[in-house]
Design a protein around this ligand. Structure first.
Ligand code: 9MR
Length: 356
């Protein structure tokens, strides 16, 4: 049938209405939620798998894509462990967030010994091509560089001292991002780092440095899509809400998204009483997520584990008493804690709206 003008107008009106409805829907849609999971818990714990299937939109393999898992053997790639988690995610309709293509930690012995710039670049490119290539179309987003900013950066010395930085200098970031972009042009590429949310000079410098990193890549015309806020939140430290909002907003102005990649609460200094501890943990999560969303709607909110049964916090942030850490949204019996409610409430917030 030949399209008439009236038919065209009717069609245009209908598609405008459809677009408006879709817009309204998008505005109401919840911010995607996800969790990281490690393969040993994933295999041994059916209840955890059920909760992942029920609650998550996104899953991050916690360790299984790191060099020390994939590259023990220098000449080959071991994908079996990551494959199991990726297959589960796909079967259950979840997105996968990849962690991490370049990190100074979690390296096999041979990679720690890399020194020669040409050889190091060759290994890095080969790794990124193989890993991103293997999961193209299956892993939608990648932490391309993880923790490349110094713990305490200065304008003169902003980079973390790693095997990558010693051999390649700042080019490590350019090489990693350019290779990932070339290998999977559809993937969202993330600069992932920690300590962006507190109110002190060190953290303020880290915020400046992550913006400098984004601008560096943009000046070089290398794609960078998001900054990942690990958000291992210290419950005893105040969130610098204004600074978090300003950073997210500035990234938005640069056309760069934000994502919460490793959310949990470091509760080592909080009172032992579980109810009080859970209340305070939820409070810090609310403050952080509210401030972030005010600056820009994150692509996802991903926690570093789902239940208090399994968390790195017990080992790294030891309490003075014998109480177990309670950093995650579900307790050790898979029951939702106030932190889960705080995340659920934040997922409904929309950008630019101030939260009480
Ligand atoms: O939680 C992770 C732990 O199981 C690993 O042993 C460790 C080393 O691979 O990494 C932990 O995850 C870290 C993440 O990869 C990067 N940000 C900090 C996380 C906590 O240390």
């Amino acid at each position: 049938m030949r399209p008439t003008r009236r038919g065209f107008l009717a069609g245009a009106t209908a598609s405008l209405a459809a677009a408006q409805a879709a817009g309204a829907l998008a505005a109401r849609e919840l911010i995607p939620f996800g969790s990281a999971v490690m393969i040993s818990d994933f295999r041994s714990d059916a209840k955890l798998r059920a909760q992942l299937a029920k609650l998550c939109d996104v899953i991050t393999p916690m360790n299984e894509l790191k060099w020390d898992w994939v590259r023990q053997n220098r000449s080959g790639f071991a994908f079996e462990n990551a494959d199991e988690i990726v297959a589960f995610a796909r079967k259950n309709g979840k997105a996968v967030h990849g962690h991490a293509l370049l990190w100074g930690d979690a390296l096999p012995a041979w990679a720690k010994e890399l020194r020669d710039p040409k050889e190091t670049e060759r290994e890095l490119v080969r790794h990124v091509e193989a890993v991103v290539g293997k999961y193209a179309g299956q892993i939608a987003s990648w932490d391309v560089v993880n923790e490349v900013i110094a713990h305490e950066p200065t304008p003169a010395s902003p980079w973390r001292d790693t095997v990558w930085h010693r051999a390649l200098g700042p080019r490590l970031v350019d090489i990693a991002f350019a290779t990932a972009a070339r290998t999977d042009p559809a993937a969202r590429l993330v600069i992932n780092d920690y300590d962006f949310e507190n109110d002190d000079a060190r953290t303020a410098e880290r915020r400046r440095q992550v913006l400098a990193l984004v601008r560096r890549l943009q000046d070089l015309k290398i794609p960078v899509h998001e900054v990942g806020f690990q958000a291992h939140l210290y419950a005893e430290k105040a969130i610098d809400r204004r600074a978090v909002t300003a950073l997210a907003r500035e990234l938005g102005r640069l056309g760069v998204g934000v994502r919460v990649t490793e959310l949990d609460v470091i509760d080592w200094k909080l009172p032992a009483d579980p109810r009080e501890r859970d209340r305070l943990a939820a409070e810090v999560v609310t403050a952080f997520l509210g401030a972030l969303i005010e600056g820009q709607r994150p692509q996802a909110i991903i926690t570093w584990g789902l239940t208090d049964r399994s968390t790195w916090i017990n080992e790294v942030f030891k309490r003075n008493d014998s109480a177990r850490a309670r950093p995650l949204p579900l307790d050790a019996d898979y029951r939702p804690k106030p932190m889960m409610a705080a995340i659920e409430a934040a997922r409904r917030l929309s950008e630019g709206r101030r939260v009480p």
